[in-house]
Design a protein around this ligand. Structure first.
Ligand SMILES: Cc1cc2nc3c(=O)[nH]c(=O)nc-3n(C[C@H](O)[C@H](O)[C@H](O)COP(=O)(O)OP(=O)(O)OC[C@H]3O[C@@H](n4cnc5c(N)ncnc54)[C@H](O)[C@@H]3O)c2cc1C
Length: 619
């Protein structure tokens, strides 16, 4: 009871200082009495509140293919809207927020990275009795996790059951393995899919609304959970801001949170990870930042939750150079730091050349060469968006998996030629390979946050197919024929010979419809490679070929074994192996929760006296 009372007191104090931007978790320094006054002043860089909604600045989503329960006959706009399943009542939520913490065990866990994997790990480690130190290099919590807007996958959840949506862990497992094209680590996928419903329960126990369930590309069932339309934020924002609020209520003797703390190396003693070195920001007496200084933190174990390497040009150039110059949907912090520091202590890296390109990021007419792109949510294609090339033709099943749609764009579309001033002279520069994403007015209006995209200038409206062809400089007759054939498939609801095998046709394309056109290009979106882990989220050491006695004829090839690195755990996008060659939309948030929680629990009980260095054999 004492703990609960203390937690409530801290919550009230924190709320007083930080409301209404409560989702900002103050760093320990900010919360301490010494700096409480400073924290209230706007000059303190580290207390800069996050903007209202991250998805407003980079709204994006995973693939939303056919909404769950889509009507087999020609649907109306309202039918499609309601087919995105959402139960009328919220499944009962538990009161996990006020879980009484067990007495402190004295164990100290250091977690690096303030996205969903780090937050999930922190909650579990604290609930297992550990003290947690969280480090985050930027000035806000959330990472790429807060950008997610399609949702989190889970099978056999309360929401699915309530909506009478059939699914099973076995089907989810099969879909994930199939998507990974034979590269996924089956044991990790097994754990992730089996614990998906429990990950859903974990998040909904914080009253996070995950009641809307959709079927994304590559899934055989509707199992991607996100908030219902009445909730203002996207799924990533809802999750990270809610967990942030929860973390902010925890007693500071159980959790210390440092913003502006950038991990630079791991401290290893006797083969065991016992701490981290990091750069911390230094301020003068007025609170102005004056630079950085090196600091060291010691603990019983370290969890790396630093996210992926979509913004690490050095790693991309080393492992998959052909994509280095492509734009990306990721935040600038996705620099692969956790991978680099762990590699310094001989951690095993896996699938580093596997990087997911999202087929559709917006090309802004105002800045077509920008490196950072806003994601064009796959819900746009799920709601009936059609991809057209410069010949006025379709070239792919718009609802196919990301890798296939991406390849089709590169194969069938042309680069944009951009007029740019170079050294005072106008020159033509080769821009990104682009396709036109076309939607009818009816379809586009179903998309949430439409105004945001309109305000950014990503959509151009046209009345009728002729005006559209003229505006986009496409051959009019070909475009008319493309739309006529597509409309026929819509009328027959897929009972047609669509050349690309599309089965779901939410909207038709009549020649006099109002059309909206968006220019899109593939962008680096997610890095499947990373640190190799076992199912308990231990980081594995790079394999060393076993010594083979000279003249020993019995062993054909050198065998390799991989051991865990004692004291080192990892979870989330910093790891590799789960998704193989292609991540299914919605599986990353799930991976963060499942392996983040496992890492948190494991790190909280790991003992510095007896390192749990169980050998793991690797094929
Ligand atoms: C636009 C977009 C939309 C997406 N939509 C979805 C979706 O709908 N569903 C889904 O499942 N997935 C989605 N994803 C993928 C998913 O959001 C991410 O893969 C996942 O959230 C990564 O979580 P994480 O905790 O591993 O890393 P992050 O959330 O990226 O957090 C990592 C944190 O570590 C910090 N960090 C990095 N290096 C250091 C260092 N040296 N020291 C200290 N801190 C450091 C970073 O600043 C960052 O805050 C989307 C991704 C993007 C970019």
């Amino acid at each position: 009871m004492k703990t609960v009372a203390l937690a409530l007191l801290v919550a009230v104090v924190a709320a007083l200082f930080y409301y209404p931007t409560f989702v900002h978790i103050p760093s320990t320094e900010e919360v301490s009495g010494k700096t409480a006054q400073r924290a209230a002043t706007p000059t303190l860089a580290m207390s800069t509140a996050p903007s209202a909604q991250p998805q407003q600045t980079n709204a994006e989503s995973e693939s939303a293919a056919a909404p769950a329960g889509q009507a087999p006959t020609a649907p109306t706009a309202s039918a499609v809207a309601s087919a995105v399943a959402s139960p009328s009542q919220t499944p009962p939520s538990s009161t996990a927020q006020v879980v009484e913490l067990p007495p402190a065990t004295g164990k100290k866990v250091i977690i690096v990275g303030g996205g969903l994997a780090g937050m999930s790990a922190a909650i579990e480690a604290i609930r297992a009795g550990a003290h947690v130190d969280m480090l985050e290099k930027t000035t806000r919590w959330g990472g790429n996790s807060e950008k997610a807007s399609s949702g989190m996958n889970a099978a056999r959840t309360a929401a699915q059951i309530k909506l009478n949506l059939k699914d099973s862990v076995e089907e989810f497992y099969k879909d994930t393995i199939a998507s990974g094209h034979g590269l996924s680590n089956e044991e990790l996928v097994d754990v992730m899919t089996k614990e998906s419903a429990s990950a859903y329960d974990f998040l909904t126990s914080f009253d996070i609304d995950l009641n809307t369930v959709t079927k994304l590309g590559g899934h055989s069932r509707a199992r991607t959970h996100r908030p219902s339309e009445k909730v203002a934020g996207n799924v990533g924002w809802e999750i990270t801001s809610t967990l942030s609020k929860y973390l902010a209520t925890l007693p500071r003797d159980r959790l210390s949170m440092k913003l502006g703390a950038r991990l630079t190396s791991l401290v290893v003693e006797d083969g065991r990870v016992v701490g981290v070195k990091y750069m911390k920001r230094v301020r003068d007496a007025n609170g102005h930042e004056t630079g950085e200084e090196l600091a060291e933190l010691r603990g019983d174990s370290v969890i790396l939750a630093t996210g992926g390497y979509s913004r690490a040009d050095d790693l991309l150039r080393k492992y998959i150079p052909k994509i280095v110059d492509l734009p990306t949907t990721n935040g600038p912090f996705a620099e692969g730091d956790g991978i680099k520091v762990a590699e310094q202590i001989n951690a095993s890296l896996i699938h580093m050349d596997q990087v997911q390109l999202h087929p559709t990021s917006f090309v802004s007419p105002k800045d077509p060469l920008a490196k950072t792109k806003f994601l064009a949510p796959e819900a746009l294609r799920g709601l009936g968006g059609i991809l057209i090339n410069q010949d006025g033709k379709r070239f792919v099943n718009e609802l196919d998996t990301r890798d296939k749609v991406t390849q089709a764009i590169f194969k069938n579309c042309k680069p944009l030629m951009v007029e740019q001033e170079v050294n005072g002279q106008m020159k033509t520069v080769v821009g990104p390979v682009v396709a036109h994403l076309i939607m009818t007015d009816e379809a586009v209006k179903l998309f949430p946050n439409l105004q945001f995209y309109q305000a950014k200038g990503f959509l151009r409206g046209f009345l009728g197919v002729e005006e559209l062809a003229e505006g986009l400089e496409l051959p009019g007759n070909t475009l008319k024929q493309t739309f006529a054939e597509y409309h026929e498939c819509f009328v027959r609801q897929g009972n047609c010979a669509d050349p690309f095998g599309k089965k779901d046709f939410p909207f038709g394309t009549r020649s006099n419809d109002v059309f909206h056109a968006m220019m899109i290009t593939p962008a680096i979106h997610y890095t499947m490679g990373g640190l190799e882990i076992d199912k308990e989220a231990h980081v594995l050491r790079a394999a060393a070929a076993e010594n083979k006695d000279e003249g020993d004829e019995t062993v054909e090839a050198p065998t390799t074994t991989k051991e865990i690195i004692p004291g080192l755990f990892a979870a989330g996008e910093v790891t590799g192996g789960v998704h193989g060659a292609n991540r299914l939309g919605g599986n990353s948030l799930l991976e963060c929760v499942v392996f983040g929680r496992r890492a948190g629990r494991g790190a909280a009980v790991t003992s510095s006296a007896s390192p749990s260095a169980t050998p793991v054999s690797v094929v």
